[in-house]
Design a protein around this ligand. Structure first.
Ligand SMILES: Cc1cc2nc3c(=O)[nH]c(=O)nc-3n(C[C@H](O)[C@H](O)[C@H](O)COP(=O)(O)O)c2cc1C
Length: 202
């Protein structure tokens, strides 16, 4: 989708209380190439609105113009704020969202979230997240990265925060390795979100 002026970016976050707002976080895993498909399938759920917050590395893996909703990036956060009365984008996004799903969650951002680092738009949304709302994460990384002992520790830390893991799966990865580490199927992610919407009606 064509990205708009900064004021329109904020107008795009006007809440409509009859909708269930799903914020999709994208990080720099090759699985981010599934972003257009994930967004399309989420928009097919009745009553759901979707917005995307992306890391800059994630944008290497998909074409923003193929995502049919507003995609927020680090530069938007900084360009939007010039004076005291201006909105702070990561706070507006966490206010807007009823549910955050990070799909894919790469090893780098997993480590950052586990240790509380918030140095970009996505990790600021996570750090400011309203813990009464669901936060789902879908790890996606090379099998060797997945097997590193710190991964299990960091996944456990996120679960300890109350976040919900949608586990990765085994398959032949884009890098040629075979084994665990691939992001859950888009259909699994969408089904899990549907269950949350049914469990948490507005
Ligand atoms: C082609 C390519 C594919 C990558 N795939 C993955 C991946 O699937 N999972 C992962 O954890 N990191 C992957 N990386 C490494 C991340 O992109 C890198 O750690 C980056 O700093 C992540 O930044 P971000 O977390 O801010 O998006 C890949 C890098 C490249 C160049």
């Amino acid at each position: 989708m064509q990205q708009d002026s900064e004021s329109n970016l904020i107008l795009d976050l006007q809440t409509n209380s009859t909708r269930f707002n799903v914020l999709v976080g994208l990080t720099g895993s090759v699985a981010a190439l599934k972003a257009p498909l994930l967004v399309t399938q989420l928009l097919e759920i009745p009553g759901v609105d979707v917005r995307v917050v992306t890391t800059d590395h994630a944008t290497h893996f998909y074409d923003i113009s193929e995502v049919s909703v507003c995609v927020y990036r680090d530069k938007d956060e900084w360009e939007m704020w010039t004076k005291r009365s201006d909105p702070v984008l990561h706070i507006e996004l966490r206010r807007w969202a009823d549910l955050l799903v990070i799909a894919p969650l790469d090893a780098n951002t997993l480590g950052k979230i586990a240790s509380g680092i918030c140095d970009n738009l996505l990790t600021c949304v996570v750090r400011a997240w309203d813990s009464s709302r669901p936060l789902l994460f879908c790890p996606a990384m090379n099998t060797a990265m997945w097997k590193h002992p710190i991964t299990a520790q960091q996944v456990a830390t996120l679960k300890g925060f109350g976040y919900v893991e949608i586990p990765c799966i085994s398959k032949k990865l884009v890098c040629g390795d075979e084994g665990k580490g691939a992001m859950a199927e888009v259909s699994t992610i969408v089904e899990t979100i549907k269950q949350y919407i049914q469990k948490h009606p507005e």
